[in-house]
Write a new protein. Structure first.
Length: 71
């Protein structure tokens, strides 16, 4: 999983670099940490296994810190 995640980050870095070279000033990334079927649920209660809002905030902060976004 770690390798797949690093690969996706490298793709996004390439996309951002190409976007910047074409004078793009803003780019949107939409992670898919949404409700079922994206987020796993408990089998009988259908309760999500984690908090969707918290996961999206954590990913937002991670992407802000780890993607090429300035310069």
């Amino acid at each position: 999983m770690e390798h797949s995640f690093r690969t996706l980050l490298s793709w996004w870095n390439e996309i951002i670099e190409i976007h910047k070279k074409s004078n793009g000033s803003q780019i949107t990334i939409t992670p898919e940490f949404g409700p079922f079927p994206y987020m796993p649920q408990e089998p009988f209660t259908q309760k999500p296994l984690s908090n969707q809002w918290e996961i999206n905030l954590e990913m937002k902060h991670y992407l802000q810190q780890n993607l090429i976004t300035n310069g």
